[in-house]
Design a binder for this molecule. Structure first.
Ligand code: AMP
Ligand code: FE
Ligand code: FE
Ligand code: ZN
Length: 288
């Protein structure tokens, strides 16, 4: 089985509708795909329907943007959580509102130097989608300021840029706890992706494990080889599983579906531990 457990649609910062992501997964020869849009589950219904039509396995998920007290960005993947769990829903609603205010502020700053307006950015945000820097990047591309999102992130939109503004993001340890309370399975996304910014030290890994962390995404293109080796050893020592995934964003990133994959036994562990909602596997629906 070829299993890719990390993808984004237009419901956050991917460039394809949820059903198109599912079709692309079939085209890439995958057997199972998870949709993990940033801070939203709004794509689940369409993706699940498309997966049923096409006979593809589908795991509902979400990627939650967090920040530690030291200011380090951490992404937590959640699989099979109850999408209506009040605690988790409150946290992601707060984060999504803060993202909107933050994006407006970044556009104000950018508008001082570049031909871009909030309307330009808004035109690139899918209906009800989680707003992020990728949508600002799209407006900069449309204005001819940069060639693509990658170029926008290299300079203008990096976290060191003078146009960068932070937004509220929950603590990752709290989020791991909440995902478990919502019947979900929490996995630390690209944990050692040093090129994205500072990564957390071992003590934060331990706190996340104590809070109920289930796995670490070891095989992700942003994790350097030494980091992957460390993650595998850490996982064995702490009884965690390891996943491998693409972090597909459609045309928004070079990441290709299935460039990293997850073992079937790990999928079964996720299906076993996740009780908040149901996955779809052709032939049988999990008990949830
Ligand atoms: P934000 O959450 O608004 O701060 O923006 C971060 C998001 O931008 C991440 O979720 C990534 O998907 C996306 N991103 C980060 N780096 C790049 C890049 N080099 N090219 C395209 N998208 C990126
Ligand atoms: Fe993204
Ligand atoms: Fe991420
Ligand atoms: Zn992602």
């Amino acid at each position: 089985m070829r299993i890719d457990l990390h993808t984004h649609s237009r419901v956050s910062d991917g460039t394809e509708d949820p059903a198109e992501v599912v079709r692309a997964a079939v085209g890439a020869g995958l057997d199972v795909v998870a949709l993990t849009d940033h801070d939203t589950t709004a794509g689940w219904t369409d993706a699940a329907a498309a997966a049923r039509d096409l006979g593809l396995g589908f795991v509902p998920g979400m990627e939650i943007s967090c920040r530690t007290s030291e200011g380090i960005s951490v992404h937590v993947l959640s699989y099979l959580q109850d999408p209506a769990h009040p605690g988790l829903l409150a946290e992601i609603s707060k984060a999504r509102d803060a993202r909107l205010t933050r994006a407006e502020r970044m556009v104000e700053l950018l508008a001082e130097d570049f031909p871009i307006t909030w309307e330009d950015v808004h035109a690139h945000v899918g209906h009800g989608a989680t707003v992020g820097r990728p949508h600002i990047a799209d407006a900069l591309v449309a204005a001819g300021v940069v060639a693509d999102r990658t170029e926008a992130f290299a300079h203008i939109l990096t976290s060191h840029s003078r146009y960068y503004v932070t937004h509220y993001a929950p603590d990752p340890v709290l989020v791991v706890e909440m995902v478990r309370q919502a019947g979900g399975v929490p996995v630390f996304a690209h944990p050692v992706a040093s090129a994205r910014g500072r990564v957390v030290g071992e003590e934060v890994f331990h706190q996340m494990v104590d809070a109920g962390l289930a796995g670490v995404e070891a095989d992700h293109r942003d994790n350097p080889p030494e980091g992957r080796t460390w993650l595998r050893r850490f996982a064995i020592e702490h009884g965690l599983f390891v996943t491998g995934s693409s972090d597909y964003h459609g045309a928004g990133k070079p990441n290709r579906l299935g460039e990293n994959v997850t073992a079937a036994e790990v999928l079964y562990r996720i299906l076993d531990e996740g009780t908040g909602t149901e996955a779809f596997l052709p032939g049988h629906t999990t008990a949830g």
